[in-house]
Design a protein. Structure first.
Length: 268
């Protein structure tokens, strides 16, 4: 089973891609009918009726929308593992291929974020002003034909939501995007915090406006988090005196330490 969008036996849980099913014995008798059936843990979850094989060794169908079954994905997994069965019906008599987990299987993915890296800092941190490029790694970044992708930065405290720009799906495991400007939330950041803690959420939408998004616990921590930092000064040291003191005439070098001293690309 091969998804033409990914080149593998994997695709979006939203469906809509062309699947090529290769095998043998796809012979439909006169008056008969072929079906493609998707099984999850031995239970039939989707049937595509009245399929016309290209030839006795190949069938093409559109992958089904299984987003309603997203909650059935086992903990620690990022896809539904489905068995794909071809059923031939001859006026009440049926034969079908055996269900398995090898070459006749198909994985229906939901997007999962595993890491977020700001190219400017090399970490999951960057300026609250945005503008940097982030690389988001994970799985299930598969956009069905005619669909689209979106990346949002969801603040925990305060609970703000910002859309990234220039979102590009590089592969089913990697997305590139521009960090949004989140400076509007700066005055609402709790006392004692030096930045806005956000969760990065990937949403995939198909051609019919069906949506599925990466799970997020909105904690602002973990592999899917990004901290939009304010510049914060923690110490000032005059190299001449070794203290935060110096001549009123100036001229000494001072070392300023803190966090969030990140200048966005093109900034100052």
């Amino acid at each position: 089973v091969t998804d033409e969008q990914t080149g593998k036996n994997q695709g979006s849980i939203l469906g809509g891609d062309t699947l090529k099913i290769k095998g043998a014995g796809f012979n439909v008798p006169a008056g008969g009918e072929a079906r493609v059936v998707f099984y999850l843990n031995g239970t039939k979850v989707k049937t595509i009726e009245k399929v016309t094989p290209n030839d006795p060794g190949e069938i093409e169908v559109s992958s089904p929308n299984l987003s309603s079954l997203a909650s059935e994905i086992p903990a620690g997994k990022d896809a539904l593992a489905l068995a794909v069965v071809v059923n031939i019906d001859d006026e009440g008599h049926q034969v079908e291929s055996l269900a398995g987990t090898g070459s006749d299987s198909f994985e229906a993915f939901v997007p999962q974020v595993q890491s977020v890296t700001d190219e400017q800092t090399g970490k999951n941190q960057g300026s609250i002003l945005g503008g940097d490029t982030v690389i988001i790694k994970g799985s299930g970044f598969v956009v069905p034909a005619g669909g689209s992708s979106e990346v949002r930065f969801r603040g925990v405290e305060p609970q703000e939501d910002y859309a990234a720009s220039e979102v590009t799906v590089l592969s089913p495991t990697e997305i590139q995007a521009k960090v949004p400007d989140m400076a509007a939330a700066a005055s609402k950041i709790p006392t004692g915090k030096t930045g806005l803690a956000t969760d990065v959420v990937v949403t995939i939408t198909d051609a019919f406006s069906n949506r599925v998004e990466s799970p997020s616990e909105l904690k602002g921590t973990g592999s899917d988090s990004f901290e939009a930092q304010l510049p914060t000064v923690s110490s000032v040291t005059d190299e001449q005196t070794g203290k935060n003191q110096g001549s009123i005439l100036g001229g000494d070098t001072v070392i300023i330490k803190g966090s969030g001293f990140v200048v966005p690309a093109g900034g100052s």
